[in-house]
Design a protein around this ligand. Structure first.
Ligand SMILES: Nc1nc2c(c(=O)[nH]1)N[C@H]1C(S)=C(S)[C@@H](COP(=O)(O)O)O[C@H]1N2
Ligand SMILES: [Mo]
Length: 212
């Protein structure tokens, strides 16, 4: 295809990005959601600064509409069953990072322990530093959703959410809360931090649910 007619556009940058996106989709087939470009490096996206977390003080809390509210120390969390999954990451700002190996506790295991009540339909993830994000419970009850502490064999770096982050591969990456501190099970859908500022309430990259 000849690009001559579009290189004269007033928006060459935007068109260049679209072409790169098309090329990535040709190379990787339907692994790349629409409008995404593959990046080799791993960008850091944080609102505010990286919180300092002492593992001795670290606690993870699960509360709300559950039969059994629970709190875990770092040792207790690590004593739970662990899985490894390899997933792609899709950020709403347009980058996709392929083949990330995550290790940690499957969300389903956490749900088995706390037993969500029938009215629990959504979860608010709460983070050290104050960030929140909302997720439908159904989106968390998947085999590849986990509370991850390891990425590609290395402990998760502080700027990428260590010691523990949520990983929800099939939703945009803003849902994968870094520095996870707790999960609150709730009946109704409520917007988290970015969702209040206009990000989509669910965020499915395959449907390009970027903004609401
Ligand atoms: N606690 C917390 N979690 C967060 C964020 C944040 O600012 N604070 N940013 C989100 C956004 S917008 C993205 S794209 C990913 C970025 O993760 P990374 O910095 O490891 O690439 O984390 C998500 N989780
Ligand atoms: Mo993001």
């Amino acid at each position: 295809m000849s690009d001559k007619h579009i290189t004269s556009s007033k928006e060459p940058m935007a068109l260049d990005l679209l072409r790169r996106s098309d090329r990535d989709r040709e190379q990787h087939g339907d692994r790349i959601p629409p409008g995404q470009k593959v990046t080799e490096r791993w960008p850091i996206f944080t609102y505010g600064s990286t919180p300092r977390i002492d593992l001795k003080e670290w606690k993870f809390i699960v509360a709300g509409a559950v039969e059994e509210e629970m709190a875990f120390t770092w040792e207790e969390l690590n004593a739970l069953p662990q899985i490894a999954v390899v997933t792609d990451v899709h950020c709403v700002t347009g980058w996709t990072k392929l083949d990330n190996e995550w290790r940690g506790v499957p969300f389903r295991e956490m749900a088995r322990l706390v037993q969500p009540k029938p009215e629990a339909q959504h979860v608010m993830a709460h983070c050290y530093g104050g960030y929140t994000t909302n997720i439908p419970l159904a989106d968390l009850m998947r085999d590849d959703v986990l509370l991850a502490h390891t990425h590609n064999g290395q402990p998760l770096a502080p700027e990428h959410g260590g010691p523990l982050r949520l990983v929800i591969p099939h939703l945009y990456f803003w849902k994968s809360a870094k520095w996870l501190r707790g999960l609150l099970f709730i009946p109704d859908e409520r917007p988290g931090f970015w969702e209040q500022y206009g990000y989509h309430i669910r965020g499915d990259p395959w449907k390009e649910e970027r903004y609401s």
